[in-house]
Ligand binder design. Structure first.
Ligand SMILES: Nc1ncnc2c1ncn2[C@@H]1O[C@H](COP(=O)(O)OP(=O)(O)OP(=O)(O)O)[C@@H](O)[C@H]1O
Length: 323
């Protein structure tokens, strides 16, 4: 984007992760990860706490060096070329990096200095990002006076002031109310569509990951699936049928025995995936008269994908130990 930078071949992906493995002592945080992120994608890396998202994020943002494997960012190796990579990436960390005692404008200006921007070029970029994030009339306000959503916008403006090709965001929605989360996603989508920035974010909100172009599911350091949200959900097959009953194990066993369907019990709820779920409702209810308190039929969600791929509920995984 910057004329002084070497032009990178447009054909190479934004990010190509090639067998990245990372261990903290005996704990494997990332296990031979393979993943390609194309340019101009809004890409979500989703996973429960401890899944390895932050470790991957720290590797991709050149904060830590790969122990095994590599990743190419716009064709540059993380192992050998982190200095070449840095100008091309903008990073928004999970922990706030804005200085609350400085104004919005000062925060962005200091960040721009770190990337060597000065004078007219700096003023021009400052004006552009302030406008882009609806902060022009707040530029003289102290950050400590802003709402959480506006502060997050200042973080984004800082991350983009040097015009990176790739924006990495670690859990950007954490702590935001639903309105601010929705604003944030609109901004991210606009960056992709109008400015062709590749946006890669981590999240543990499955519902918001469904708004990305593609989703990678990371659990216990392993990639459990990567595709568009629609394709991932289709891969579960049919509809998800969920039943509440006082004796879930008994009902699941009856369904397996009498209907030859693979019913499972998770968190006390009997669940199964079948094509045309609505056609099964009366048969299921008649199977065990009076025992089903409620029955729900719905299209599979990313949570269903997670269950199908890992055998666990999303929020259970963090309680399990890692190998
Ligand atoms: N500095 C560290 N020392 C030891 N173990 C660590 C360290 N950082 C992470 N881990 C472990 O590595 C695994 C992956 O952690 P990581 O923070 O990458 O996951 P995450 O998906 O980002 O989780 P969260 O959503 O909670 O931030 C976890 O088991 C975690 O306990």
């Amino acid at each position: 984007m910057n004329a002084s930078r070497p032009v990178t071949a447009d054909s190479c992906p934004a990010i190509a992760v090639e067998g990245l493995t990372h261990r903290y002592g005996s704990r494997t945080a990332l296990d031979q990860l393979q993943l390609t992120i194309e340019r101009g994608e809004l890409f979500a890396i989703v996973g429960p706490n401890g899944g390895g998202k932050t470790t991957l994020f720290r590797l991709l943002s050149t904060l830590i060096r790969p122990q095994a494997g590599d990743a190419k960012i716009l064709g540059h190796s993380l192992r050998t070329s982190s200095a070449e990579i840095r100008p091309h990436i903008g990073v928004v960390f999970q922990a706030p990096s804005v200085d609350r005692k400085l104004t919005v404008g000062e925060n962005i200006r200091y960040q721009a200095h770190l990337y060597g921007l000065t004078g007219v070029a700096l003023q021009s970029r400052l004006a552009i990002v302030l406008e882009q994030f609806g902060l022009t009339d707040r530029q003289h306000d102290f950050v400590e006076k802003l709402s959480g959503g506006l502060r997050r916008r200042v973080e984004l403006a800082k991350g983009l002031v040097h015009q990176p090709t790739i924006l990495l965001l670690d859990e950007p929605s954490t702590g935001l109310d639903p309105g601010a989360r929705s604003d944030l996603w609109q901004i991210l989508r606009s960056l992709v569509v109008n400015h062709r920035v590749t946006v890669v974010l981590t999240t543990h909100y499955l519902d918001e990951a469904a708004g990305a172009d593609r989703v990678a599911i990371l659990s216990q350091g392993k990639l459990m699936g990567v595709d568009t949200p629609e394709a991932l959900c289709r891969s579960v097959g049919g509809d998800a049928v969920l039943m509440e009953t006082p004796r879930p194990d008994e009902l699941a066993a009856t369904i397996r025995r009498q209907l030859s369907l693979s019913a499972t019990v998770m968190d006390g709820i009997v669940r199964l995936e079948v094509p045309d779920g609505h056609t099964w409702v009366s048969r299921l209810v008649e199977l065990s008269p009076g025992s089903i308190q409620s029955i729900r039929v719905g299209k599979p969600t990313l949570e269903d994908v997670f269950i199908a791929r890992t055998g666990h509920r999303f929020w259970q995984v963090e309680e399990q130990s890692h190998g």
